[in-house]
Write a protein that binds this ligand. Structure first.
Ligand code: SF4
Length: 420
């Protein structure tokens, strides 16, 4: 499988740019100021791009931009950035500020790092440059840059926390799934220190190095941070998924096993038993109705695709196409083992290819994100958002039921007979 390569120049790739990659990772930190140093288009492209629900402040939902114009490109935009930071920090009193650079700033070379240092000293909060000009790689590079920005915060505060403590990395609380996970871990007796970055708080991230374990869900975006924390602070990490019955249960068991506690393991078993007693009978009618249907998956991270394949199987649906924007060789090998030999597996695709594959395989359902939705609707098949825009929490046991309901609703919709 060829993967991990830069997209072909000029191709209409499904991948997003470096800036977008960094923005989507950092955006859910709700008490930080997020300001984009670049043209307004870059800000509009990523404004409120994720649900990323907050249990408190909502500063993250405001998109600030220096709105660079022709004159700024010629004479430099740094004065504008300094004035914007000065005014916005005064107005909103954020716990930290993230300053994203975009393509044009990469070209004109404004000293963003310098002004961030200056503002940090002046205002007494971390002002962190996120050097992510869109052209310098792929969305995955944006994830790495976001992790490096977060790492500047980690270790800057010290607060004692209980021994059975974890950080949740790689859940972005798009539709409240983080709150479902917090309930499970609370029932187990695990203290969740920092949620990075869903419903994230700057102070918790600053104290993240004191947790006993990093539990990483979206490994594509967060593994780099987990590795840096292991190297510097010795914080171990494990990779989990909260989607689907098997993976959700494993996530609870593996955390209990990490702490080598029979008590935690017993509580995890009780949670799984109680949840399944309700969930399995509720899923049965959906499985009966959906058995034999075929699905196409195209998502950002391959780990998500792996969970989706398993969850679809649970409700009787076969995956006939599966692809991702940022998967690596190991991910695709695992996908190959999980799927039938005739499943199409694809990396870094484009709309023309995806449309052709969907038609060839006669899929009934497309699962993807904002850029895949129009492909599905134009062809006339059901679509399920598993990315930024979704409104239903799909994590955990209740998420599995939401997923089955959503898939059923879209596949069985009578509207498709009018567009085919
Ligand atoms: S590719 Fe460049 S110009 Fe386009 S959104 Fe990304 S940073 Fe902005």
């Amino acid at each position: 499988m060829t993967c991990g390569k830069a997209s072909l120049a000029g191709s209409v790739s499904q991948r997003a740019c470096v800036f977008c990659g960094s923005r989507v990772v950092l955006y859910p930190i709700v008490d930080a100021l997020h300001i984009i140093h670049g043209p307004i288009g870059c800000a509009a492209y990523t404004w409120d791009i994720r649900g990323s629900l907050s249990s408190g402040p909502e500063l993250h939902r405001l998109s600030f931009c220096t709105d660079l114009r022709e004159k700024d490109v010629i004479f430099g935009g740094i004065t504008k950035l300094g004035a914007s930071l000065e005014e916005l920090i005064e107005l909103h009193h954020p716990k930290a500020a993230f300053v994203y650079t975009t393509c044009i700033v990469g070209v004109i070379g404004d000293d963003v790092e310098g002004i961030c240092k200056e503002m940090s000293l002046k205002k007494g909060i971390p002002v962190i440059p996120v050097q992510a000009p869109g052209f310098q790689g792929s969305k995955k590079d944006g994830y790495r840059i976001a992790c490096e920005s977060l790492f500047q915060l980690v270790g800057t505060q010290n607060r004692p926390i209980p021994q059975y403590s974890i950080n949740i990395l790689g859940d972005f609380n798009l539709a409240g799934e983080l709150w479902i996970l917090l309930k499970y871990y609370k029932r187990m007796g695990i203290y969740v220190n920092a949620t990075i970055t869903g419903d994230g708080r700057v102070d918790d991230i600053c104290n993240a190095h004191n947790a006993s374990l990093n539990v990483v869900q979206c490994s594509g975006s967060m593994m780099h941070l987990a590795k840096m924390m292991k190297d510097k602070y010795g914080t171990p990490f494990m990779r989990v998924s909260y989607f689907g019955i098997e993976d959700m249960s494993d996530a609870l068991y593996e955390v209990a096993n990490f702490f080598k506690s029979e008590e935690l393991l017993d509580r995890a078993r009780d949670i799984v038993k109680e949840e399944l007693a309700d969930l399995l009978p509720a899923l049965a009618p959906y499985k009966k109705a959906l058995s034999g249907k075929k699905a196409a998956i195209y998502v950002g991270g391959a780990f998500k695709a792996i969970s989706l394949i398993k969850a679809l199987r649970l409700i009787g649906i076969k995956t006939v196409i599966v692809g991702s924007q940022t998967g690596d060789k190991d991910d695709y090998e695992l996908i190959q083992q999980l799927c039938d030999p005739d499943t199409i597996i694809v990396d870094d695709s484009n709309p023309v290819e995806l449309s052709a594959f969907v038609k060839e395989k006669k899929a009934d359902l497309f699962i993807g994100g904002v850029k895949e939705r129009p492909i599905a609707y134009k062809i006339g098949l059901g679509f399920c958002d598993h990315n930024h825009e979704r409104k239903e929490a799909l994590a955990g046991y209740e998420g599995m039921l939401n997923f089955a309901k959503e898939v059923y609703g879209t596949i069985m919709s009578p509207v498709w007979k009018y567009v085919k």
